[in-house]
Design a protein around this ligand. Structure first.
Ligand SMILES: Nc1nc2c(c(=O)[nH]1)N[C@H]1C(S)=C(S)[C@@H](COP(=O)(O)OP(=O)(O)OC[C@H]3O[C@@H](n4cnc5c(=O)[nH]c(N)nc54)[C@H](O)[C@@H]3O)O[C@H]1N2
Ligand SMILES: Nc1nc2c(c(=O)[nH]1)N[C@H]1C(S)=C(S)[C@@H](COP(=O)(O)OP(=O)(O)OC[C@H]3O[C@@H](n4cnc5c(=O)[nH]c(N)nc54)[C@H](O)[C@@H]3O)O[C@H]1N2
Ligand SMILES: [Mo]
Length: 674
């Protein structure tokens, strides 16, 4: 048996360092790499059981559609034939409508620098439509940049030195398990844990204090905390004056945002808010880990910004073990130009927002129409909002869809051509992280399964069939890693292979903004320069959630689809472990259940303007009255009828840069007579 270093390619903040054991050419076991400073030997159960994917129902050969669209009927082909069919269909589509008729769609299947965005260079060379990558990050990122200015913050490891850890809108037990290792270490030294989440998550169960505001009301909570901090002498006036744009206008505004004001908005008691504010104010080293949860709301960016104001009020930022962390991405000075060739992107070429894929595929007025879709690293037929439209679009007979996949995903079922993809164990890559500061190199540790090829090679082969030659489309993944390392001024691959990771953490003075913030003028901003003038000028509750819209009366219940423990978006959803989650459960409070004659275990219909799903009720006080949820995500077929939870999810672009409000939808629920 041999043990190899690798990195988890999945879309989690941890980018876990892995120890992969191989025996007789097969995967024997995956665990955490013990000496990696962030992973520390701990990984999640999903990747621990990765053999369920590696040796599960993989796609082994190229497949060509052999039945109606979406039927999942295919015949096997060899690479030559499949690539020729694909190139022929693409050429025909472009001849008729021009290159912008082709839309690449790629996201989080792998986060590797070389594999994730490989299709971009083909798209830029050929002039395909560009993809607006909004589905996850831009709402939260906009909120963070509004105040702080760059996606860096205190190293997560410092949380272990904190005396008050706040997990705000992040279900870390399920989505960021290594952070919990640090929380445990802090607690052993006496730290308290506060969790702010609308429902009692696995993480909330572990908290000393769990606050469960109504979804989309975090800014109200944060403003009320600031009011208490300012009024009761917890504010650091000197810090506010030196390092922020705080002034009498901000103070006068916040003075009106009392806990009594926030109570009816958030659904929390004024006394609970006060107690949390005081605990925060008294802590010597309060560390807030901001998750994406509160950003998946129509007022999400405003919420994230308001929470990021708290350490500015108390002057906690400069202290070791204190401050706030949202993401670490800006620390990685990796030049992925050779992979993406963004320099070739023509600004005149349209950009289509991935979160509105269903609209682009079904809008008869779109000119040119999308008649070819190239899907890599993503499963939009499961992960995209407004799924009814996505499915209707993918079912179009005049749409050519190519899907590069490891497994028969919901999207692959709709494909004309399916190409088999390697897993991260079968191709090399470089990995940045958005939750810690190491850059890792993972080499291939297993041969490809069947005829699988990696994204890099598929993009190159397709480009060559389309007549694009030259250095951008030749050479293997290792050669591309070399080009990226050289462009970035990083050590050569052989050195990285020996070291496994390099620490890219900025100096501590920078992650604590001791010399100022990465903003024009160097100050933290209580007054964001939002690009959207409709957004509030100061931290405030912004009442634009679905519950504030006229439809609220027709659909009286809030509905969220937060990450589930056993799957990662739709990845793993076909594994035996995921099947144990079935049937899909709708969490509903006893009051709301009784009012609808629903008992625990009853079959219920959950519906809104977009769609209707059948789930099984889980009647529980883990959600507050008025809130329902289903821990996402499932496959089509896990519910009676097509599609999944995203049938009920709107894709409207959230201010200021777009992105869907996955946890801000409204539904009505009815008991089904069986
Ligand atoms: N209801 C609801 N929907 C959500 C969310 C939610 O909270 N609620 N979360 C959203 C978020 S945060 C995100 S980031 C998106 C993610 O949405 P997607 O990016 O679509 O992620 P997945 O659904 O996990 O699908 C990734 C696919 O990539 C494939 N894959 C893995 N590795 C490779 C590879 O190397 N090459 C190729 N070609 N394919 C590969 C996997 O088999 C998998 O089918 O989902 C969003 N959807
Ligand atoms: N097991 C597992 N791990 C994952 C994923 C997964 O699907 N499953 N997805 C991966 C991906 S792509 C991402 S982006 C990350 C996301 O990881 P997180 O940041 O943890 O996930 P979020 O969807 O942002 O939701 C986090 C929590 O926010 C809560 N929430 C919803 N609305 C609000 C609100 O208005 N205010 C507050 N305070 N909380 C709110 C939800 O109830 C949820 O418990 O996780 C990654 N890791
Ligand atoms: Mo995500």
């Amino acid at each position: 048996m041999t043990t190899h270093y690798s990195t988890c390619p999945l879309d989690c903040p941890g980018a876990c360092a892995l120890a992969v054991e191989v025996e007789n050419g097969r995967l024997a076991h995956i665990g955490g790499w013990k000496t990696h400073p962030f992973t520390r030997g701990v990984i999640c159960g999903k990747v621990n059981r990765y053999r369920e994917v590696q040796e599960g129902a993989r796609i082994l050969r190229p497949l060509l559609r052999d039945g109606p669209k979406g039927s999942g009927r295919f015949r096997e082909a060899d690479w030559d034939e499949a690539l020729e069919v694909a190139a022929g269909r693409l050429r025909a589509a472009m001849a008729r409508h021009g290159p912008q008729t082709v839309l690449p769609y790629y996201y989080g299947g792998t986060m590797g620098v070389v594999q994730q965005k490989a299709v971009e260079r083909l798209a830029h060379h050929a002039g395909f439509s560009r993809l607006g990558r909004t589905i996850c990050f831009p709402i939260a990122e906009s909120g963070w940049l509004a105040g702080v200015g760059a996606t860096i913050g205190p190293a997560p490891e410092e949380a272990a030195e904190s005396d008050l850890v706040v997990l705000w809108g992040i279900n870390a037990v399920s989505t960021h398990v290594n952070f919990m290792t640090l929380v445990k270490a802090a607690r052993r030294r006496g730290a308290r844990l506060v969790v702010v989440d609308p429902y009692r998550t696995r993480t909330a169960r572990l908290a000393d204090l769990h606050l469960n505001p109504r979804p989309g009301t975090d800014a109200a909570l944060a403003c009320a905390m600031m009011q208490v901090l300012l009024e009761e002498g917890f504010a650091d006036r000197d810090y506010l004056a030196r390092q922020t744009d705080f002034d009498a206008g901000v103070e006068a505004h916040l003075a009106t945002r009392t806990p009594e004001w926030a109570a009816p908005v958030t659904g929390l008691d004024a006394e609970t808010i006060r107690a949390f504010a005081r605990a925060y104010g008294r802590a010597a080293r309060p560390f807030i880990r901001i998750g994406l949860g509160m950003s998946r709301q129509r007022n999400g960016a405003v919420n994230v910004h308001a929470v990021s104001c708290l350490p500015s009020v108390t002057g906690a930022w400069p202290r070791r073990g204190a401050g706030a962390l949202f993401a670490t991405g800006a620390a990685f000075r990796v030049d992925d130009g050779p992979v993406r060739r963004t320099d070739l992107a023509d600004p005149a070429v349209r950009e289509l927002d991935m979160s509105r894929l269903g609209r682009w595929l079904t809008d008869p007025g779109l000119e040119p129409p999308v008649t070819a879709l190239l899907v890599f690293n993503a499963n939009p037929a499961g992960s995209c909002p407004e799924l009814g439209r996505v499915h209707a679009g993918l079912a179009r007979e005049d749409l050519f869809t190519l899907v590069h996949e490891q497994v028969m995903s919901d999207t692959a079922r709709f494909a004309d051509v399916v190409l088999p993809a390697t897993t991260f164990l079968e191709h090399p890559d470089l990995y940045k992280s958005y939750g810690q500061y190491t850059l890792q190199l993972a080499e291939a540790v297993l041969p490809p399964t069947g005829a699988a090829r990696c994204n890099h090679e598929v993009v190159n082969a397709l480009a060559r069939r389309l007549g694009l030659d030259g250095p951008d489309f030749s050479g293997d993944s290792e050669a591309m890693i070399d080009r990226v390392l050289t462009a970035s001024g990083l050590p050569p691959r052989a050195e990285l292979a020996r070291r496994h990771w390099i620490d890219c953490a900025p100096p501590e003075a920078d992650t604590h903004f001791r010399a100022g913030f990465p903003q024009p003028g160097g100050r933290f901003r209580f007054r964001p320069a939002w690009s959207d003038p409709a957004m509030p000028a100061l931290p405030d509750h912004w009442p634009v959630n679905r519950r504030d819209l006229p439809e609220a009366a027709r659909y009286p219940l809030d509905f969220m689809t937060p990450p589930a423990h056993e799957v990662l978006n739709t990845t793993f959803s076909a594994t035996p472990s995921a099947a144990r989650r079935l049937p899909p459960r709708l969490w509903i409070h006893p009051e709301d259940a009784v009012a609808r004659g629903i008992a625990d275990g009853d079959r219920v219909a959950v519906y809104n303007d977009l769609g209707r799903l059948h789930l099984v009720a889980r009647v529980t006080t883990d959600v507050r009255p008025g809130l329902t949820l289903c821990e996402s995500n499932f496959r089509s077929g896990d519910f009676p009828g097509p599609g999944n939870l995203n049938h009920l999810a709107h894709g409207d672009p959230v201010a200021p840069r777009g992105g869907p409000a996955f946890h801000d939808n409204r539904v009505e629920v009815a008991r089904m007579v069986s």
